[in-house]
Design a protein around this ligand. Structure first.
Ligand code: ZN
Length: 193
């Protein structure tokens, strides 16, 4: 999974690497970045990727009112639907921050992760790829950000290697379905085994 994009300089090479390896991912995009990157989000869908909701402008959802919270989610749903014709069915809260109020008020499955690459912190392709390849197991959800060139480089290392090891890279929705479960609004998903 990739958060905080789309970004032309970094999302595009990630899309190309995914596509040339027959892999797909879920992109948790920011609503306010979608209109200026229409071609990128259309390409995500065309290539079989999934687009998830990562709020409109990266507000911390646990400290805003329910009204603001709904605005952050709905505005983003509407923009993505308008541009791609596909309404997201998964969301990822900013900073992975959740509470009971959030779970009760967000009418979508809440997707966290089981492998945290810390790519935003290290900005080091080798460290990112090493962390994934040393920790990955079946059913994991990997957190990365498609806004760093180091993440682009890490993806170029990791994706062919994971495929070589026999992994199938799928979207979050595909992962949950593949494992025989269903996505439920207000439920939190970190991985699937
Ligand atoms: Zn984020």
């Amino acid at each position: 999974t990739f958060d905080d994009g789309p970004n032309i300089r970094t999302t595009l090479p990630i899309l190309e690497t995914l596509n040339s390896n027959g892999a797909v991912a879920t992109f948790f995009v920011l609503g306010n970045r979608v209109k200026q990157n229409k071609e990128l989000v259309l390409r995500m869908i065309e290539n079989g990727n999934e687009i998830g909701n990562h709020t409109y402008n990266h507000r911390l959802l646990t400290t805003i009112s329910n009204e603001e919270l709904n605005k952050q989610i709905d505005r983003t749903q509407n923009i993505i639907s308008e541009v791609t014709g596909v309404e997201p069915v998964v969301m990822r809260p900013t900073y992975g921050a959740i509470n009971n109020r959030l779970k009760e008020n967000i009418n979508m499955p809440i997707i966290l992760w089981s492998v945290d690459t810390m790519d935003w912190k290290s900005k080091d392709a080798k460290a990112i790829s090493k962390h994934i390849l040393n920790n990955i197991k079946d059913g994991d959800i990997v957190l990365m950000h498609d806004i760093y060139l180091s993440t682009v480089d890490a993806v170029k290392i990791v994706i062919p290697e994971l495929i070589k090891r026999g992994y199938q890279l799928v979207t979050v929705s595909e992962l949950i379905k593949e494992k025989g479960a269903s996505l439920q609004a207000g439920s939190v998903y970190r991985h699937y085994k």
